[in-house]
Write a protein that binds this ligand. Structure first.
Ligand code: SAH
Length: 332
């Protein structure tokens, strides 16, 4: 697609045209992956963060955010709960918490790897050095999620403190990919100051990176952050971005994100109908869930893991897809 065509689809308000786009994306996804929707068990293991991203509820500058970190034993317990429910992929996500040095983090990864030799271990713990990524990979991690957030320089600067650089984030992504991680990039839709041209840059960047997975969700304001007063991103535009990503990167994995489910009750179902094929229900202990508050009103913070699994399975089936507990490796 040309830039003009992409911009047209990014901005269209024609419902029929959007439906047509979703149908095309659905067909591409079905051809590549069939109707399976893969489960990932998300463990949000620390809400401490050294960064100060202007949109994020757990940014360092948010003095109101209550902080927690799980112990290795606690993380392993979440994994065991997940495994017993059938999960074959664990995603450890957190703020950039300096407590988790390479030594501590590799020890955790090694412990999970030794107890669950066949499971996929995914990390989502931000920017680290090449040596750190290599050590984590050697310890047994297979996948890494690091959304680029926006591929536009000016937009990146508007959303982050000056110390954070888009070039560093992009370098991390290429490094992760080179080391051998199945690598996930991604961005928010409707974040403050985003223009259609920013989203076009996101798509072009994804074509260049060829990531194994792309996380796309709407921006949702978080209390006590500089962007608390900005409106949430549009559901429709988020769905169109998911569909366009599916068309441009047919073999990538696309999650139906919790943020989209928060914005609209049936947001994740609509995402599946627009080409998404992954869901990431929460395996974090219920007593800390509300504290991992990236944005306001996040859904599923009160449910046990088993309940989340049941609910998501029903939603997937009701939408005409097939819940899959397989590892669901990327075809990229
Ligand atoms: N520290 C890790 C994990 C970040 S949290 C890292 O740097 O990658 C995971 C994702 O949540 C972020 O990449 C961001 O895209 C998303 N997020 C943060 N604040 C958000 C908000 N207010 N609305 C929607 N998504 C948000």
């Amino acid at each position: 697609m040309t830039d003009a065509e992409l911009l047209h689809y990014i901005t269209t308000t024609d419902a029929e045209e959007a439906e047509d786009l979703y149908a095309k994306a659905r067909a591409v996804r079905e051809k590549q992956y069939g109707r399976d929707v893969y489960f990932r068990g998300l463990i949000e293991f620390t809400s401490f963060c050294k960064n100060d991203c202007l949109y994020c509820g757990i940014r360092r500058g948010n003095a109101r955010a209550e902080r927690y970190r799980l112990t290795k034993e606690h993380i392993l317990e979440c994994c065991r709960t997940g495994d017993a429910l059938g999960f074959r992929t664990f995603v450890l996500q957190g703020g950039e918490d300096q407590y988790f040095t390479d030594e501590k983090m590799t020890e955790i990864v090694r412990a999970i790897r030794s107890q669950f030799p066949d499971h996929a271990i995914t990390l989502s713990i931000g920017e680290r050095s090449r040596e750190s990524y290599e050590a984590l990979f050697a310890a047994g991690a297979n996948r890494y999620l690091l959304r680029h957030e926006t591929a536009s320089e000016a937009h990146y600067r508007a959303m982050h403190p000056a110390a954070m650089k888009l070039s560093s984030r992009k370098d991390c992504l290429f490094t992760l990919r080179k080391i051998g991680f199945q690598t996930g990039a991604g961005f928010m839709v409707g974040s403050p100051f985003q223009t259609p041209e920013c989203l076009l840059e996101d798509l072009r960047f994804l074509e260049e990176l060829q990531p194994h997975m792309v996380g796309i969700g709407p921006f949702i304001p978080a209390s006590n952050t500089p962007f608390a007063g900005y409106p949430a991103g549009s559901e429709e535009r988020t769905l169109r971005m998911i569909a366009l990503t599916r068309l441009l990167l047919p073999r990538t994995l696309l999650p139906a994100t919790t943020a989209l489910g928060t914005l609209a009750g049936d947001g994740r179902e609509k995402a599946m109908c627009a080409g998404a094929n992954v869901v990431m229900p929460n395996l974090s202990p219920v007593n800390v869930r509300k504290l991992y508050s990236l944005y306001d009103n996040k859904i599923c913070t009160g449910d046990e893991a088993a309940e989340c699994l049941r609910c998501m399975s029903l939603r997937i089936k009701a939408t005409g897809f097939v819940p899959s507990m397989a590892r669901g490796d990327s075809l990229v």
